[in-house]
Ligand binder design. Structure first.
Ligand SMILES: C[S@@+](CC[C@H](N)C(=O)[O-])C[C@H]1O[C@@H](n2cnc3c(N)ncnc32)[C@H](O)[C@@H]1O
Length: 315
């Protein structure tokens, strides 16, 4: 195993962050961490209490700092997610509290949230629903960026709900429009019965990984199973969500669902086959993988057979 930084011998001695970071980056690379240098810098910045961009100007590590840094690097070498070590995950303009029991929001989901913000903005003071809300990333981003929106976040897991409520309270205290948190199962056919036909924008980043797929240690050991996997084909949550979205959305309402990169055909296909959606489109992420599908609730409120094929859109 690659050795971790040595402590300075004297309590008053300080070690330059660059040396400790270089050693940590080596250890992280040997452990298979994808961006070892960046993560070593982020952990050093966290320990020193400075933004990553100010590391060069920060004073050195004291022995105490180095001890904390060593311990964090060792946990990251064991593939604990970086966000669990720092306790926060960045998402659009937010910093969300995360830790055991809640899914760490991913950068690619910022695209779906951004699409949802754009859809909501066109509608003035929209009613926006975020299904499978986890930490509240999508719901809280929409509430921050669209202060006039009414935002409803739905989550089932008690552990995730605790993080969601904490983040929602923090954002409300910081001045964002408060969101409504609903504890419910999104596959329930009676979900949000009081909102049927009234929702302007419905967003969902559900669990979608097929059960047989192997995932990195950060995911397997730390993201909750129910946040990641969705049956043998990865679609067991998406199917009922599409059916319920068709009920909840108002005519012309917008739907966006993130999906596995192997489902760039399947999810648009399910939306088109439902018959209650038009303008079905597929969107790709920054590395050009199919990432989320969107559609618009038919204005006539009816089912229609033989919709035209869906299109590929851009995020
Ligand atoms: C992939 S995570 C997404 C979390 C968050 N929206 C984000 O983008 O970071 C999926 C979330 O759906 C929740 N979930 C899974 N099945 C659910 C169900 N049937 N009803 C409600 N929530 C569910 C999980 O607990 C998890 O928080």
């Amino acid at each position: 195993m690659t050795s971790l930084p040595q402590h300075p011998s004297e309590g008053t001695e300080r070690e330059r962050p660059s040396r400790a970071i270089a050693r940590a980056a080596q250890a992280l690379a040997a452990a298979g961490v994808a961006a070892p240098r960046a993560e070593a810098e982020l952990l050093a910045a966290y320990v020193l209490g400075v933004p990553r961009g100010r590391l060069a100007l920060a004073g050195g590590f004291t022995a105490d700092d180095l001890g904390r840094f060593d311990a964090l690097v060792a946990r990251r070498v064991a593939r604990e997610p970086l966000q669990h070590l720092t306790g926060v995950a960045g998402f659009r303009h937010l910093e969300l509290a995360v830790g055991p029991g809640v899914f760490v929001p991913r950068p690619e989901t910022e695209l779906l949230a951004g699409w949802g913000v754009e859809q909501g903005r066109r509608r003035g003071a929209p009613l926006v629903v975020d299904l499978c809300s986890g930490s509240g990333a999508i719901a809280l981003a929409v509430a921050q960026e669209l202060p006039a929106a009414r935002v409803v976040a739905v989550e089932r897991s008690p552990a995730a709900l605790a993080w969601l409520r904490r983040n929602a309270a923090d954002r409300a205290a910081a001045g964002d429009t408060p969101i409504e948190v609903v504890a419910a199962d999104v596959t329930d056919p009676g979900l949000l019965a009081d909102l049927v036909g009234r929702v302007d924008v419905l967003l969902c980043n559900p669990p979608y990984v097929p059960r047989s797929v192997s995932v990195p240690p950060e995911v397997a050991g730390h993201d909750p199973d129910e946040a990641v996997f969705a049956g043998a084909d990865g679609l067991t949550v998406i199917r009922p969500v599409i059916a319920r979205a068709a009920e909840l959305l108002r005519p012309g309402g917008a739907l966006g669902i993130e999906h596995d990169d192997t489902h760039g055909g399947a999810v648009p296909g399910l939306l088109a086959a439902d018959g209650r959606f038009v303008a079905v489109a597929e969107h790709r992420d920054l590395v050009d993988r199919p990432r989320f599908a969107t559609a618009s609730r038919r204005a006539d409120g009816q089912h229609a057979a033989g919709e035209p094929a869906w299109q590929t859109g851009s995020s």
